[in-house]
Design a protein around this ligand. Structure first.
Ligand code: ZN
Ligand code: ZN
Length: 679
């Protein structure tokens, strides 16, 4: 490096001008030691040059070096003092900054504002307020600092007060208020403020535009947003990336996806924020294939995805249940060092656990540096879905130990864990805790879950009492939970009551009709069965057909019960018939008493082996490598017969078969299911 300095000196001659420009060059490149070497060659550096060197140090967080240089200066002006003070604040040392502020011989507005900003930045609002009051002459920048500081610390009301009393306002004051109000859910006031701003003749900047468009997006103010868009075009702000990104989000939120693409295509200087806005926009409009295409186009065009791009893309994979593409995106996140990022990792957990792989979810969870409430909740909910009750409780204990405050979603997860693992006492305890300590958080889902827990354990009266004492009106989910329980325990009287309440809320609830008719069928009350079926027919209610699907190489294969339309139909049926023989050999007999839920018609004996999930499994068996896991999704609950059959099939073919039905995950392996026949 010595040589480099020599070259500079040699080329330009040792004039102080060329030295100082070489110094600036090094500072720009953050080559502090090289810069210092040049600095030391200058015989009597000006205050300006010293200040530059000091700023260089503090920008690279070398506060010690900066202070040493500052203290050794024979002459210091206010600019230099201010710069040193700001440097201390940037390096996080408020104490030293304040000492300098107190010691400096002459303060100007910048000194005051810098110190006030420093306190605000570290959340020490009272001290900042004190200084602000003492400040001899306040300029707009000082007032704006207070507004900005209040907003950053979540004290919007105080910001409003300052805004109202400040003697003069500029566009920064207005913009801070607009974005601040919007950020804290007061978007309507933000819109109102924007109108007053325009009314008072203040010209909006790019920041103002992106803030107001974001506010329009948050409340779906299509008309105003379009007007703002017109002004954006008129005032030539359409080339600003942040304005464009907010416009894309705005049109996406207003469900105008075509306009999103138009805005996106018209903008010539796209950055990662603009790309991500389009990606997220497609996702929020349920156009997940398009979203993933944007993600890959973005990479093809040389843009490196950020945290939000990854989260959105992973969420789209999750919605498409496409774990294969999710894995590719996961790999890309690893190369960007974002695998352990809280938000990206949370999306990965949800993706893996909702696509059947809880273990992968747990591995990701362990790697997260800073786990937030969503991380914990995703684990607890994931365990619940997979029937890993003990796992859910363990994560909950760890969560409490980590001083994380559980919320409504946590309890939802815990209760559904209890529900899927048959833990009556634990369920009661969680519910009691929730209703005593967080009654405001108690939601209909919690009730539906608790009714289910009680009902499955045969505590039908207690379940009925619980519904009777609800502070809000029970919905169909709550009544259906009770009805299912009645079906399970053959309680006709209560079942009829629950069905009646369900029909009062939704006369076309097919699940309730099916449950009721199955209940009668189980007691051979055929005339009642016929009555229910007749009613369904008259009202035009058709049973939701059973549908199962599996995704192979990014392609989703959907099967209906007895389906013959798939390209590989012959091979699938061959495989199933072969399995049928094998099942007979191991002594499997279809069990007709098992028709518990809203399942596919079990009366048709011949159709039994061709329920949709069996077709999907058959297809999985003929199209994947020996020994690999087959994951099948289903829209209804798995029927009892299929459940027993799949347990044996898993053993016969020696594979793990994962089935996610409308209620939970079943992991079939070696003749057993992870649900312990409890679902
Ligand atoms: Zn079945
Ligand atoms: Zn099971």
């Amino acid at each position: 490096m010595e040589g480099l300095v020599q070259i500079h000196v040699f080329c330009a001659g040792p004039s102080s001008f060329s030295l100082s420009s070489a110094l600036s060059d090094h500072l720009k490149k953050r080559e502090l030691d090289e810069a210092r070497a040049i600095f030391d060659q200058i015989s009597s550096p000006t205050v300006h040059l010293c200040t530059k060197m000091i700023a260089g140090y503090t920008e690279s967080y070398r506060l010690g070096d900066a202070l040493k240089l500052f203290e050794g200066m024979p002459l210091r002006d206010t600019v230099c003092w201010n710069s040193m003070m700001k440097g201390c604040l940037d390096c996080g040392d408020v104490g030293v900054a304040r000492t300098l502020f107190d010691e400096m011989p002459q303060r100007n507005v910048v000194s005051w504002t810098t110190m006030i900003n420093g306190y605000l930045q570290f959340g020490r609002i009272e001290v900042a307020e004190c200084l602000f009051r003492e400040m001899p002459t306040k300029d707009i920048a000082a007032w704006n600092s207070m507004i900005h500081g209040y907003i950053c610390n979540g004290r919007v009301e105080d910001a409003v007060k300052v805004f109202e009393v400040m003697p003069r306002r500029n566009v920064i004051s207005w913009t801070s208020m607009i974005s601040g109000l919007d950020r804290y859910g007061r978007s309507d006031e933000a819109l109102f403020l924007f109108r007053s701003m325009v009314g008072s003749g203040v010209q909006p900047t790019a920041n103002t535009f992106s803030s107001i468009i974001t506010a329009c997006a948050n409340v779906g103010a299509l008309q105003l947003g379009c007007q703002v868009h017109a002004s954006v075009v008129k005032l030539s702000y359409s080339f600003d990336a942040f304005v464009t990104a907010s416009l894309v989000t705005f049109y996406a939120n207003c469900k105008q996806i075509d306009y999103c693409c138009k805005v996106f295509n018209e903008n010539t200087c796209k950055n990662v924020v603009v790309w991500t806005a389009l990606l997220t926009g497609y996702g929020s409009n349920h156009r997940h294939e398009d979203a993933l295409k944007v993600f890959s186009d973005m990479i093809k065009n040389g843009f490196i995805p950020n945290q939000s791009s990854f989260t959105s893309a992973l969420n789209s994979c999750c919605e498409l249940e496409d774990v294969e593409r999710g894995k590719v995106i996961h790999a890309a996140a690893i190369t960007q060092g974002l695998e352990t990022d809280t938000f990206v990792a949370n999306s990965l957990i949800v993706l893996y656990s909702s696509c059947g792989n809880l273990k992968h979810g747990i591995e990701i969870f362990k790697k997260i540096g800073e786990k937030n409430i969503v991380s914990w909740n995703s684990m607890i909910v994931g365990c619940a879905q997979h029937g890993a009750g003990v796992g859910a409780l363990t994560f909950f204990t760890q969560m409490i130990r980590a001083w994380m405050d559980p919320d409504a979603i946590t309890f939802n997860g815990l209760l559904s864990a209890c529900r899927h693992s048959g833990m009556l006492e634990k369920g009661r305890r969680f519910f009691k805790y929730l209703s005593r300590c967080k009654p405001m958080e108690l939601k209909l889902e919690h009730y539906a879950c608790m009714v289910d827990i009680l009902g499955r354990s045969g505590k039908l009266e207690e379940a009925e009492d619980l519904i009777g004492n609800m502070p809000m009106k029970a919905n169909t989910k709550v009544w259906l939970a009770l009805l299912s329980a009645c079906r399970m325990h053959n309680n006709f009287e209560l079942a009829e009551k629950a069905a009646k309440c369900t029909f009062n809320l939704d006369p076309y609830c097919s699940a309730a009709y099916v449950l009721l008719s199955n209940l009668y069928a189980s007691a051979s009350r055929w005339s009642d069965v016929a009555r229910i079926r007749g009613k369904m027919k008259r009202r035009g209610i058709t049973k939701q057909p059973g549908r199962s699907w599996l995704t192979l190489k990014g392609l989703r294969h959907v099967f209906l019960s007895g389906d013959m339309s798939h390209a590989s139909t012959d091979k699938i049926y061959q495989k199933l018939d072969w399995l049928g023989e094998k099942l007979k050999e191991v002594g499997y007999v279809p069990d007709l008493r098992f028709a518990l839920h809203d399942v596919e018609d079990e009366q048709k004996d011949a159709m039994l082996s061709y329920h949709s999930e069996r077709l999907a499994i058959g297809f999985g068996l003929i199209s994947t490598v020996e020994g690999s896991t087959i994951t099948v999704m289903k829209n209804l609950r798995v029927c009892g017969n299929c459940h027993s059959a799949i347990k044996l099939i898993a053993k016969i073919v020696d594979r793990e078969i994962v089935v996610r039905d409308s209620s939970r995950f079943h992991h079939f392996r070696d003749g057993f299911c992870s649900c312990g026949d409890y679902w």
